[in-house]
Write a protein that binds this ligand. Structure first.
Ligand code: AMP
Length: 318
């Protein structure tokens, strides 16, 4: 069952307290597909410039990513430069050079148009809508966005929400979109605009899956060494969607599992610079990390209805 992603393919230059990269392979569609491809083949639609190193594309293809939808245009590739604070909590974008990405008009190759699972990476919501016009009958469509589009193309974004199943955003985006600081109310505000579910990424605080009846929370993996937080959200989305594509099951119970696979991929993303960790990660390592998540949150209750010695201190008159 085809899994399609549309989004940025970039040359990232990132500085963290532990080192820096220059013109490294990056972009939302790249983090998504490098993470997702561990679980399921991924089809990518994006654009690169004439200066984009062939070796970067080879690295993607080597992981089983289908690049038939990647156009090479004359001009500069999309470049993004950022610097993280000492605790990695803050990030300053130093430069965004759109290059050929400014004129990106996604064209879905015929062989991708039957994709059953579609992820609309963070691009102009008008272009996200145009992708939906080009795919036949997806079983699940998830979508990301960013503050820039929330403020500059709010009406189009609200129209897009009526056509997707899951909005996957970070907490500040959910707050800005809904105008509500409370993250749970913000999620329900979004549900009222069309999507059946909302995933809210909360960085080192994990992620939430919310539908009209239920809220599910997965923590972030307790890593002692984090090198580069770039792309964790996109890797999360890749793990989530690829797990759903692999299993073909969109029940809420299965989406809970997908949340854990997403979190596992997010945790791998930050262990090394850029997408490096995905060049080596194996399915066995992913499964082991998913098991660790289960152990992390598992607990046994005392016998239900009998709190034993703790008792009800009020009844004991203490
Ligand atoms: P994240 O850490 O989830 O914000 O994702 C970072 C990735 O998003 C980097 O690889 C960037 O190349 C890419 N990126 C940064 N700005 C944009 C933008 N305006 N549109 C699309 N992708 C972007």
């Amino acid at each position: 069952m085809g899994l399609l992603v549309v989004g940025s393919i970039a040359l990232d230059s990132v500085a963290t307290p532990f080192g820096e990269t220059a013109d490294a392979l990056g972009g939302a569609a790249v983090f998504f597909s490098m993470a997702g491809a561990v679980l399921h083949p991924v089809q990518v639609v994006g654009v690169v410039g004439s200066d984009f190193p062939e070796a970067h594309l080879t690295a993607l293809a080597a992981r089983g990513v289908d690049l038939a939808g990647v156009e090479r245009k004359t001009g500069e590739s999309f470049r993004w430069k950022a610097r993280y604070s000492y605790d990695l909590a803050g990030r300053e974008t130093l430069e965004t050079r759109l290059g050929v990405f400014a004129e990106f008009r996604p064209r879905i190759p015929e062989k991708f148009s039957a994709a059953r699972f579609v992820f609309l990476g963070n691009i102009d919501p008008e272009l996200q809508l145009s992708v939906l016009d080009q795919v036949k009958k997806p079983k699940l469509v998830a979508c990301d966005t960013m503050n820039y589009w929330i403020s500059s193309k709010r009406d189009v974004l609200l129209e897009l929400l009526r056509h997707i199943d899951i909005l996957m955003v970070n907490d500040s985006e959910a707050r800005e979109l809904s105008g509500d600081w409370n993250i749970y109310r913000a999620a329900h505000w979004i549900l009222g605009r069309g999507p059946k579910m909302v995933v809210i990424k909360q960085g080192e605080h994990g992620a939430l899956l919310v539908d009209s009846n239920t809220t599910f929370k997965v923590p972030a993996y307790p890593l002692q060494d984090v090198f580069d937080p770039t792309g964790a959200g996109d890797a999360f989305a890749g793990g989530f969607m690829a797990y759903v594509a692999r299993t073909g099951d969109i029940s809420f119970d299965n989406l809970r599992r997908a949340m854990v696979y997403g979190s596992a991929m997010g945790s791998f993303a930050v262990e090394k610079f850029g997408v490096q960790r995905f060049e080596t990660v194996t399915l066995e390592e992913v499964d082991a990390r998913v098991r660790s998540f289960r152990d992390l949150v598992h607990f046994d209750m005392d016998d239900v209805g009998d709190v034993g010695d703790v008792g009800d201190v009020r009844k004991k008159g203490k």
